[in-house]
Design a protein around this ligand. Sequence first.
Ligand SMILES: Cc1ncc(COP(=O)(O)O)c(C=O)c1O
Length: 361
Amino acid sequence: MDEFEYAHKHWKDVVWMSQNTNTIPTDPAVIDAIISAAKERVYNLYPYRKGSFGLPEAILKDLGLHDLDIHITNGGIEALYILNRALLAEGDEVIATDPSFMPIHHQITLSKAKPVEIGIYGNPYKMTEEQVNEAVTDKTKMILLIDPLNPLGTDYRRNEVKAICEIARDNNLWVVDDITYRDFSEDHTLTTDFYPEKSLIAYSFSKNCGMAGLRIGALLAPPRVMKEVIKFDTNVLSVNVLAQRAALTALQTKENWLGDMLRICRNNQEKIESAVDKIEGAFLPVYPSFTNMFVIDVSELGIDPDKFEEKMLYDHGVFVRSGNYVSKRYGSKFVRVSFTVPEDQCDRFVEALGPTIESLS
Ligand SMILES: Cc1ncc(COP(=O)(O)O)c(C=O)c1O
């Protein structure tokens, strides 16, 4: 049986640390919003295409923005799909990284463009101004800025975001600002602060709000750009209306739950760090992480991360992800672990770590 099939079949018993999802409860009002929308049978109708009343405004408020158009999507991934299909053509190049969230690179390739992957598995574990400058050619169309970064946990400082935006402006490039993990960063900077005219934002409710299964996100773009890219929307009948109600409630109650959630997330990563610290040969390239995940390097131990993933799941019911999912060049060196899970579930990972490494070394 495939691992995802196994994990989904046993999902109630499995500790889900494989996809950077979030199983820490947020506000009970979110569940109430879904139930009451269902009871009202609001789902009998197609949703209002511009988004449930109040939702676009709540997203803008969350980001402190005013001048961008918003389109509600089936997760940030659909926002990225629309952008890539609309803005890229055959032969174009997109500056990206390795490791990265590879489904976006797949979308770029599908658009007949080429992701130019800067290797970032080494200090400072993110793109530098010099690397981005070197990667620009006359074919470059776009910079994909995932900030904070999946899977490494690094984020970009304000001056680094500024420098990347300046390169984009000098070369007339789009900047795709993938802010899926923004709430896990202590001091996140939007690219719109420096380059509003060609910044495009992919917004997600999956990780911070713990709504991966509801499939809701948004695309934000300057109005004249939105008019063009929206032609590539695959879903003109809009997005699940129960998800929209839940998303609005999550934003309206954010100050009730975000702090507690981040505290649990931080405690969990500390626990994992001290467990990894005790294992000679294993190390965390980036710590602390400014996302809800980091990678554990197991290359010195000669451990195959695919085997690690299997053993953790089938022997311990803990689902983590092999590095091979997020990196072509470096994936055999590490496993990725996300830690937005309740603390007792994180303890299960910590207990399973030593025995798993021992049995594979
Ligand atoms: C960097 C990045 N962007 C986008 C997504 C997609 O998020 P969503 O669930 O909002 O489609 C993910 C999901 O893991 C991600 O890691």
